[in-house]
Design a protein around this ligand. Sequence first.
Ligand SMILES: *Cc1c(COP(=O)(O)O)cnc(C)c1O
Length: 390
Amino acid sequence: MAFKFISEALKTRSQDGLLRRRQVVESANGPMIQVEGKHYINFSSNDYLAMRRSTVVMQAWADGLAEFGAGSGASPLVTGYTNAHQALEAYLAERLNREKVLLFNSGFSANQAICQGLFGHIHQKNPGIIIADKLMHASFVEGAQGVSAKFSRFKHNDASHLQELLSKSNTKNTLVATEGVFSMDGDQAPLTNIVPIINTESTWLMVDDAHGFGTLGDNGLGVVEVFNLSQQQVPILMGTFGKAIGTAGAFIAGSEDLINYLINYSRHYIYSTSMPAAQAYASLTSLNAKLGHERRQVLKERIELFKALADKAGITLMPSDTAIQPVFIGCPEKAVAASGRLKNLGIWVTAIRYPTVPRHTDRLRLTLSAGHDERDIYALVDALQLTLLS
Ligand SMILES: *Cc1c(COP(=O)(O)O)cnc(C)c1O
């Protein structure tokens, strides 16, 4: 049988307790979701500011539809680039203090585009090196593994290990990559230690801030706002709209040359239909919304409440001050069982298993949102206590 590997691969996943299945979400309103007719408080959404269903953002999307139509109709270099796309790019460039910004349909494709763009076909003579944090997101790892650059990893958040790897490499084309807030751990990159060891003459520093953008900083501009990092210090900044912004899509911000280069050479950019203009308009509206300030404050309060209640209940958390609060389990079957018990108690928390996280670090990944009421957090901690400690 030609494709026997398919059934064998599925069998292996199943035997290891790692088979994945999707769940149909039948409705979602506020922090509640309905699955198979039952209702749960959802602690597995990246909608950190509850912008996804904010009337301001939904109305903007509807207004955008009326003005621009449903789809964008073409790729951006053909006729798919509108004043709505341009306005979002210009807003981001100005707020982030970057020369130029480029929109992508997803963070996944933006990460691929960076790796392909900097280390793809035209750099064969100088393949270069990519040095990424060990816990860098799959979309970046996939991109890095798909190009001819040497790919090495530094120990998670270990700036001295990064320095050691940098001192061993003498290529002129080096990309160092890390995340503002790590997607499965919720901890933050030590950027104040990483930035000073990068020689910007020969090395790019890239920060994927998918989880920091929207949630961190007084204006929600993410880690570059928190640490006041210039374009010189972080020449490549990636952020997404599918999480705290409540819409979808992503951007890369950097120098005019970098962005013009991607416009000319990034196949992920050139050969893909642009995001609907209405989506760009709704994203800009979400970024601009005054309620962002208020909701970031509510989110902060919910995180503090959760950590305090968990501590009082004797629940051990991983070190995180962000909306991502993982509970370490260490075994895929046990993580799935814990998630199942929580569901029986009306709490929706997804078990995150290998290969999304390293082996033996399976966990419950809880995400908190400004959409949660205080009582939702109390219910979560009660359920965790019943599930984990009895
Ligand atoms: C979600 C995520 C991405 C991918 O972004 P999408 O817009 O969902 O494709 C990339 N990097 C990190 C760290 C993420 O968490």
